[in-house]
Structures are given as C-alpha cells and as structure tokens.
Design a protein around this ligand. Structure first.
Ligand SMILES: NC(=O)c1ccc[n+]([C@@H]2O[C@H](COP(=O)([O-])OP(=O)(O)OC[C@H]3O[C@@H](n4cnc5c(N)ncnc54)[C@H](OP(=O)(O)O)[C@@H]3O)[C@@H](O)[C@H]2O)c1
Length: 264
C-alpha cells in the first residue's frame, strides 16, 4: 500500500499525533485535508510542511458540533473529489475521579470522542460506499481496552469506539472499506495538558507518563506502518501496551497492578 496521491482527511491535525501524521503523510505526497477547531494552528502546521502546499486544505471544525459535520464533509468532498482515508484522530482526555466529574463534562468528552467521531464517519461513509473503496482509521487508546483511575469517561469513550467500529467493519467489508483501530499508550503530546478535570477546566500540565512517552513522529510512523501491513487493530507504546495482553490473560492480576500504579 502506498499513500501517494491518496486523499486523506485527518482530524486533530493541529497538535500531537495528528500534526505528526500530517507531516508524515505530506512527505509521502498524499493529498491532505486537515481539521480541528483552531484554524490558525492548522495554518501553522500547513506552513511547516516542506515543498508544495497546494495538496493541503485547512478545514476547521468542532467535533462536538455534530450537526455541522455533514456540511463540513460536503466541503471536504469538493476539495479533491473524494476521500480515500478518514483519520478520526481528534479527541480529549480526562484527569478526574469518576465521582468528582460533572455530568456535563462526561457528556462533553463523549460528544467529542464518540459522537463527533461517529457522526463524521457516518457523513463520509456514503461516498466511500458508492466508490466501493475507503479506509477509516480511528485513534483509540490502550484505554479503549482497559480502564484506570482518573480516566473513567475517557476509557468509556474509547471502549465505545471499539464496539461501534468493530461492528461497522463487518458491515462495510462487502463495499471494500477497511476499518483500523489504533491504540497508543503514552505519546509525548499535549493530551494531558488539554485533559479535562472534573469541573471542565483543563489540567494544564504534562503528566509524567506523557513526558516519558514515545515521540508523536515515531507514533505516526508506526500508525502508517500498521495500516500498510493491513492490521485491523494494533497497540503502540512502551510497557503499558503489555497491560492490554494482561487484561486478556489475567484480568484480576492487571486490576491489582493498576490499583497500585501511578497512572496520572
Ligand atoms: N498522547 C497520548 O498519549 C495518547 C494516547 C492514546 C490515545 N491518544 C489519542 O490520540 C488522539 C490525538 O491526541 P494527542 O495525543 O495528539 O493530543 P493533543 O496534542 O491534545 O491533540 C488533540 C487534537 O484534537 C483536537 N481536538 C480536540 N477537541 C476537538 C474538537 N472538539 N473538535 C475538533 N478537534 C478537536 C485538537 O485540536 P483543537 O484544539 O485545535 O481543536 C488537537 O488537534 C486523541 O484521540 C487521543 O485520545 C493519545
């Protein structure tokens, strides 16, 4: 598989993993539509790309505004005529105990990570089904496979993505549409800086896990390599990835380990 000339729509492209995916795919001569809320940050990312920038289109959107996503998709489809890959990468994390998290904050995280992601996917799918070609990539998390303290809603939103996209994969295989779920562990991005506390304010600091995590560029390279190998679900990171296997093989042991671990 080769991303050259492919039309790729990336959400969460203004920062972290999505930004790194933008640079990596631009280097491979893909045609890109890059989205997130902050138009000025997206323009900065576009300007950092070397060489020809005509193949990069900035399309600001808010995943929480699900009603706007059909119109955003119409705009995206007009840019290069079709979409080969949708990288559902935009998202927000959480750093708060379940009992101390306002229900509005819980709804907001679900709105962005789950409802926004599936609304955008639903808007893009008909054009892929008509062409009988397409690939949906979802940045989930190892938190999509197990839960830890301070991440109840984040883990719930990522688990929900697995249920929805595993089902979708069975439905659209006949139309030659692939679905890939990517589950990173700790990647050194602003995800914890932007993570929401129980009252909805931002944590505002990078956690130890993130500080010691893999670089977003390395993560982006691994994401593209996994897609090229045709993987349907894969895990990226350090030793935290072993927890996914422990959850399957010895879930009670994992629960004991996690209770004693510093997971912030
Ligand atoms: N870093 C990690 O350790 C890690 C691990 C596992 C999974 N992930 C997942 O990786 C994805 C990317 O996160 P990251 O680590 O790169 O963090 P990040 O640096 O905070 O980037 C998050 C991206 O999502 C966008 N975003 C947030 N809310 C949005 C909204 N309402 N509408 C549209 N875009 C929105 C942000 O852009 P704007 O602010 O401009 O909207 C930004 O581009 C997320 O889904 C996250 O859950 C990260």
């Amino acid at each position: 598989m080769n991303f050259k000339n492919s039309v790729i729509w990336i959400t969460g492209a203004s920062s972290g993993i999505g930004e790194a995916l933008t640079y990596a795919l631009h280097e491979r001569n893909a045609r890109l539509i890059i989205s997130s809320r902050r138009a000025e940050k997206l323009e900065e990312v576009k300007n950092k790309c070397a060489g020809n920038k005509d193949n990069i289109y900035v399309l600001p959107l808010d995943l929480a505004d699900t009603e706007s996503l059909t119109q955003k998709t119409e705009e995206a489809l007009r840019v290069f005529g079709h979409i080969d890959y949708l990288f559902n990468n935009g998202g927000i994390s959480q750093r708060s105990l379940a009992v101390e998290t306002d229900i509005d904050v819980i709804r907001n995280i679900m709105e962005v990570n789950f409802f926004g992601t599936i609304a955008l996917t639903k808007a893009v799918l008909p054009s892929m089904m008509e062409r009988e070609k397409g690939h949906i990539v979802v940045t989930s998390s190892v938190m999509g496979k197990f839960g830890t303290r301070m991440r109840s809603t984040y883990a719930a939103s990522k688990h929900a993505l697995h249920g929805w996209f595993d089902s979708l994969r069975q439905e659209v295989a006949v139309q030659n549409i692939d679905v890939t779920l990517v589950c990173p562990g700790f990647i050194k991005t602003n995800v914890t800086v932007n993570a929401l506390k129980g009252d909805g304010s931002k944590l505002g600091e990078m956690s130890k896990g993130q500080q010691n995590g893999m670089s977003p560029d390395a993560c982006a390279r691994k994401i593209l390599a996994g897609i090229e190998k045709g993987k349907e679900e894969f895990y990226i990171g350090g030793k935290e990835v072993w927890a996914v296997w422990l959850k399957r093989l010895a879930p009670r042991l994992l629960n004991k380990v996690l209770r004693k671990s510093n997971v912030t």
